[in-house]
Design a protein around this ligand. Structure first.
Ligand code: IPE
Ligand code: IPE
Ligand code: MG
Ligand code: MG
Ligand code: MG
Length: 296
């Protein structure tokens, strides 16, 4: 069973944790409180779905693992920064994340803002050091991830999310918001690996691109379903937070059944895109199903 990805998840996660540890400044390095908070935000929790997507796409394309570490680490650092800001009182105002007090609760608001501020450039510093690729590919990788993180990606989606509180969006606007706030980084995780395969046929690149867009939106719909149906202890963040904040979500707009149906439809569409890769896409197939079926 060369493609039993599930069996390799522990190894990938261990590898990623090691690389994250190496990338982060030591907690004892001054300013120590800032560095401690950065480590607190990144380490000790998280499903690591985005890095796993980088590794799984890399497997699908026959890439060397050592090429994938930098984008995997960079994207997880950006994701961690986005969570710290997302939980701040000025944003979602949540006190629990990955089963622990949020960074602004464990430290203080200013430290949380600064820790997130520092995680973002750290991600780009890691990316700039990726070796074994041409300067042109390195530049495209930096651009891809910068765009996914910026005002037309995750940050833009977060702005739309906040301005949509208490409003009713159309389904198209809601999915656009999901594509930005959550989809952009998930999409970049897959496309980063496909950029690293310089000989990739256009057809295969397009299939991966479509796959990634679909699972990115499905990921956020599932997150919203878990906010309604999940239990705080299991999801590691406050259940019912979206209703409390009057968020515009799929379940709020269309109900749980329609949300589930849309997730399944997106999953089917995503899996269909993988057909051209045959068995090599088994890890991606597994992760796509996990995104829709996960319990936390
Ligand atoms: C939560 O992401 C925030 C969203 C974009 C929905 P994850 O569900 O990937 O959070 P962790 O990293 O596993 O904690
Ligand atoms: C996540 O949306 C958006 C981010 C880009 C972090 P949510 O606000 O629903 O994420 P959770 O539920 O707090 O993890
Ligand atoms: Mg939010
Ligand atoms: Mg939130
Ligand atoms: Mg949520």
């Amino acid at each position: 069973m060369p493609h039993a990805f599930e069996d390799r998840i522990a190894a990938y996660t261990e590898r990623l944790e090691q690389k994250l540890d190496e990338a982060l400044p030591l907690a004892s390095t001054p300013p120590a409180r800032l560095h401690e908070a950065m480590r607190y935000a990144v380490q000790g929790g998280g499903k690591r779905v985005r890095p796993l997507l980088v590794y799984a796409t890399g497997e699908c394309l026959g890439l060397d693992l050592s090429l994938l570490d930098a984008p995997a680490v960079a994207i997880e650092l950006i994701h961690a920064f986005s969570l710290v800001h997302d939980d701040l009182p000025a944003m979602d105002d949540d006190d629990l994340r990955r089963g622990k007090p949020t960074v602004h609760k464990a430290y203080d608001e200013a430290t949380a803002i600064l820790a997130a501020d520092a995680l973002q450039p750290l991600a780009f510093s890691v990316l700039a050091r990726v070796d074994g690729v041409s300067a042109a590919v390195r530049t495209r990788l930096v651009q891809l991830i910068a765009n996914a993180c910026g005002s037309t990606g995750m940050t833009g989606g977060q702005a739309i999310d906040l301005s949509a509180e208490g409003r009713t969006l159309s389904v198209a606007d809601l999915e656009h918001m999901y594509a930005l706030k959550t989809g952009a980084l998930i999409h970049a995780s897959v496309v980063a690996a496909s950029l690293l395969q310089e000989n990739l046929p256009q057809r295969d690149a397009a299939a991966l691109d479509n796959f990634a867009r679909a699972i990115g939106i499905a990921f956020q719909i599932k997150d919203d379903i878990l906010d309604v149906e999940g239990e705080t202890d299991v999801i590691g963040k406050p259940a019912g937070s979206d209703v409390a904040a009057n968020k515009a979500t799929y379940p709020a707009l269309l109900g749980i059944e329609a949300s589930r149906a849309r997730c399944d439809e997106l999953l089917r569409g995503a899996l269909a895109q993988l057909e051209c890769f045959g068995n090599r896409a088994t890890p991606l197939d597994w992760l796509a199903r996990y995104i829709v079926e996960r319990g936390h």
